[in-house]
Design a protein around this ligand. Structure first.
Ligand SMILES: [Zn+2]
Length: 406
């Protein structure tokens, strides 16, 4: 089964025959220092992939491109490292890429009930690959860092970790599309939500300011895509605890829950993980941890939670976003498919929470609407949202996954 997949892959992606790795002569020479260091970088990627033990053989094509098939859950991908690595390709493309293998783009669209998978691009031959420009990850930026010699880890490692996060997001979206609430009040799937509201256009929102002063809420026009945010008691105390625990610095995490009829219900809020970096006006989450904890928390519930957005602490009374925040918010808005929510925590001096709904325009501009927020389980009318999974629920879910060829 695995061999078939891999053969299919190699033929789809490259017309050159894949040679088993190791039969190629070593071509690096020591005469050119710059070449040597490029070759060393290339070898480091190869050594990393060999040691990562991804379950499929690493192969080298006749063009000396590296090809490494790998799996994340039930998804199969092909990581390619172009022979020009660490230099860009002849077409000036980035020399590292992750192609979709199984499911392919069409199958993925079907799994997402017709919604197009995000962050996908096509190469000159029409094969679909992950752009890896999503959430907090930007392959373009990572590559720039790498090229300027500021990355001490192999680029493949970062890319693989990002793909795991992408799969997590896709699986959340598939779950949320598939899950039906028994009481008739379905949380609209990403697709349904996009269908029932007019497509976002900056012209249609008229005078909506980029930033809305959160303290002047009267008369504010309601955003039909996010009319209100409701925080569970649990999510509220999670944000409070984490921000109190790191009172002198920024901190933050992810928000998980459901949306229903334009109301976004935040059921859980994560912390940023133990490897997150904290500075006074900046924090860098631990993506591996967040990805992990999102999955753990999500499947604890009868109706697995979906990714809604992020929260983070700001110094003093600053309750609008920085340009760095704009980038992160914009990426999350796109990856969630129908915008995201983003909350700022201030202590001035008391704990204060400001929620925004984030949308990204066609030119990459970011729009914010400040959203009224209620706190308390009592505001969550649909009690199904809060139900924990039973063993029977989990088994049923697993069986459904198995029947989908996990
Ligand atoms: Zn910020």
């Amino acid at each position: 089964m695995r061999d078939e997949r891999q053969t299919l892959t190699l033929h789809t992606i490259s017309t050159s025959a894949g040679l088993p790795f190791g039969v190629m002569p070593r071509v690096a020479t020591i005469t050119d220092m710059r070449k040597l260091s490029d070759a060393q970088l290339f070898e480091r990627e190869r050594d990393y992939l060999l040691s990562a033990n991804l379950g499929f053989p690493l192969r080298m094509t006749a063009d000396r491109d590296l090809q490494q098939p790998f799996q994340v859950d039930s998804f199969t991908f092909l990581l390619t490292i172009h022979h020009t690595f660490p230099r860009r390709t002849e077409r000036l493309d980035l020399p590292i890429r992750v192609y979709l293998v199984m499911p392919n783009e069409e199958e993925l669209t079907r799994l997402l009930s017709g919604r197009r998978p995000w962050d996908i691009r096509h190469d000159a031959g029409g094969s679909a690959y992950l752009a890896c420009e999503q959430g907090r990850f930007s392959l373009f930026q990572e590559y720039s860092r790498f090229s300027s010699g500021r990355a001490e880890r192999p680029l493949s490692e970062k890319v693989l970790s990002h793909v795991r996060q992408w799969v997590r997001g896709v699986r959340c979206a598939i779950e949320s599309n598939r899950k039906k609430y028994p009481h008739g009040t379905l949380p609209p799937s990403l697709r349904d939500l996009n269908r029932t509201v007019a497509p976002f256009s900056p012209a249609a929102v008229g005078g909506r300011a980029k930033y809305t002063d959160g303290r002047l809420s009267a008369g504010r026009k309601e955003n039909p895509r996010c009319r209100r945010v409701v925080l569970s008691d649990r999510a509220y105390i999670q944000i409070y605890n984490e921000s109190r625990a790191r009172i002198r610095t920024e901190t933050g995490g992810l928000l998980l829950g459901h949306y229903e009829n334009g109301v976004w219900y935040v059921v859980e809020a994560s912390d940023p993980g133990i490897n997150a970096k904290f500075f006074s006006a900046y924090h860098e989450g631990d993506d591996v941890y967040e990805n992990h904890v999102c999955g753990v928390i999500s499947r604890t519930y009868k109706h697995p939670l979906v990714f809604l957005g992020m929260w983070h602490r700001h110094p003093g009374s600053l309750d609008t976003f920085s340009s760095t925040d704009d980038v992160t918010n914009g990426k999350y808005a796109v990856s969630a498919g129908n915008g995201c929510v983003s909350a700022i925590v201030n202590y001035d001096p008391d704990f204060r929470l400001t929620f925004y709904y984030v949308e990204r325009g066609r030119q990459g501009e970011v729009y914010y609407t400040r959203i009224d927020t209620q706190v308390g389980d009592g505001y969550i009318a649909n009690k199904e949202m809060m139900k924990l999974a039973t063993i029977a629920d989990v088994n049923e879910r697993d069986a459904a996954n198995d029947s989908r060829g996990r």
